[in-house]
Design a binder for this molecule. Sequence first.
Ligand code: UDP
Length: 372
Amino acid sequence: MKLHLIAGARPNFMKIAPLWHGLRGHHKIKSSFVHTAQHRDDEMSSAIWRELGLPDPDHVLSWKNPSGQNPVTAMMAAYEGLCNYNRPDAVCVVGDVNSSLAAATIAHEMHIPLIHLEAGLRCFDQTMREESNRVAIDHMADLLLTPSSDADGNLLKEGILPSRIKQVGNIMIDTLVRMADRIEQAQVHEKYGLTKENYCLVTLHRPDNVDVLEPLRRICRELVNISNRWPVCFPVHPRTKKRMEKTGCLEILRAGNVRLLPPLGYAGFARLMRDAALVITDSGGVQEETSYLGVRCLTLRKATERPITITHGTNSLVGIDMVGKTALTFAHDQWDRDDHGGMPTIPFWDGSTASRVIAELDQFMVGGMISR
Ligand code: UDP
């Protein structure tokens, strides 16, 4: 049976890699890695998937979006073309990016059973594109694989049939666990002149923070303020870099002790995250990874679709104006990451999610549970 694993943007590769590895040699299910070409820069795409041990994609969607219109339509057309000549028995999409929505929509329209891994997350902010993508994908999916019980609750409240919902845990943690040796070996502190547990790591790419000039400038000033206490290490997302170049923000940051880096490879970034005094982010995956690692995380957003990282993890939401002040209060705390992270913290965030997913796929695809 053919299963398409859809990935096209940086956070997708961390989510499909454990599945791809787990399905190798499966007696019935043959997975193909379909790259939607949403992210095309090497550092956001090929460098990451190669590091995670994925092969080159079996299929790369070819599409252009010259008018700058919604790329979902272009990706849908390209994926429909692929499914027409190479129809899979099921399609698995992960997370909430545009290319997941595009592939999910085509699977649904072509009556190909659809699996959503990381289903049920909600931040209840309808202005976020990711939120509308999540809701749309969940309501098309035939099998919804959730990371935590709050996600199950969200889906049930929206009227999704309980028989379609399976809690499997957090697939990103599988990658963190699988890559532990590579993370340990990454020589990043020396390279960037940082000392363990004595720096602040930053990632930012959400439109609310980086697309509008004033919030972005305020964030940069806050980071400079924090850099008086801790060196700030900031691998800059390409989207953020473009905005910063246009708005004079790079100059603001250069006035402080802020190390601006290109997006980093997975193991190097994870090592920096593991050993940071503090992480400031608006990334979904980083909120989860810091919770697992027991590293303090300040999330620069009004809401999170991952509330379990607040109730059971190390995450707090913070507004731009408070981020500097909050970060600096941490400077006086004693914080032992071993008291906060690791396997027992959140149920099923244990590195074995892929095997639970594959057990569900066995029932769904091979055991004849597919029903629409
Ligand atoms: N990440 C990385 N290099 C970086 C920054 C992040 O490998 O320079 C990893 C991070 O550890 C996590 C994933 O990228 O696994 C998160 O991706 P992103 O923030 O782009 O997406 P989101 O999680 O917000 O959807």
